[in-house]
Design a protein around this ligand. Structure first.
Ligand SMILES: NC(=O)CC[C@H](N)C(=O)O
Length: 259
């Protein structure tokens, strides 16, 4: 498993109470997501000036939220924040006690989270000559995106060609620090639910719809984004309603050694 949750922020001058409310939604989604990943949890934000922060630890989400850096990081979310991403990890490759293996992962100028396992990651790292910082398979996706972002923005067509070489499972969310207003969402063969709120000008995402339902309670105005599997979405800080989507592919495989 593994859980991904987050908020993609559109441009808006939000008052402190709205910002507090959105932080609260994030915490609720992250806590619910703990059941999908007990081995580690983490969060990161990215801002329009390219600054970022990541905090992750091999602990459960309900412990992480009491850590001082967690609260500091969350407190720094402001009107320049383009994404707040969270992850609860069910380790597959790479021990969680090596914090590098936990998510969010930074690879060069790219930051992201992943749900799934890329079974041929070791082979692709070698074959493509990619630098490797951790043992976790997920790093591959972000290294590929980094390679295809030589000038800042991710070249999506190039990234898609490289992703087609991957075998396994993936849904992932990523962004380049040199193009922080463009968020790439890869909804592959792992669940990912997205919901937009036009007044708040945000898109929430979570691995399970129930986590969003719980977080937003009965607040009106949330609309489901119907996204079929194997879709790459581009969501921009400029206007979160103008979402671009296209197909991407890789070799889906449920378990190692089968299919
Ligand atoms: N269960 C998952 O989705 C795990 C993601 C990734 N393969 C990891 O080990 O961190």
């Amino acid at each position: 498993m593994c859980g991904q949750v987050g908020i993609i922020f559109g441009r808006k001058r939000r008052r402190p109470d709205e910002r507090d409310y959105l932080r609260e939604l994030f915490i609720r989604m992250l806590l619910h997501s703990e059941e999908r990943g007990p081995h580690a949890s983490g969060l990161a934000w990215l801002k329009t000036d390219g600054s970022h922060r990541i905090f992750k630890r091999p602990m459960r989400a309900h412990e992480l939220v009491y850590e001082k850096p967690f609260q500091e990081l969350l407190g720094q979310v402001d009107n320049e924040t383009t994404i707040l991403m969270g992850h609860t990890r069910w380790r597959t490759r790479g021990n969680e006690l090596n914090n590098r293996n936990n998510h969010p992962i930074r690879a060069g100028i790219v930051i992201g989270t992943h749900n799934g396992t890329i079974y041929n990651a070791d082979y692709l790292f070698r074959r493509l000559g990619l630098p490797r910082y951790a043992e976790v398979d997920s790093e591959l996706i972000f290294r590929l995106a980094d390679r295809f972002a030589p000038e800042g923005p991710i070249d999506q067509e190039g990234l898609k060609k490289a992703l087609a070489l991957c075998r396994g499972q993936m849904s992932a969310v990523l962004a380049s620090r040199l193009d922080p207003g463009t968020i790439t969402v890869l909804k592959g063969n792992k669940p990912l639910c997205l919901r937009i709120h036009c007044q708040h000008r945000v898109v929430l995402y979570a691995s399970e719809a129930a986590f969003i339902d719980f977080a937003v309670d009965n607040e009106k105005g949330w609309r489901e984004l119907e996204v079929p599997p194997m879709t790459m979405l581009t969501i921009r800080h400029e206007d979160v309603r103008a979402i671009e989507n296209s197909k991407f592919r890789f070799i889906p495989q449920e378990r190692k050694g089968t299919g």
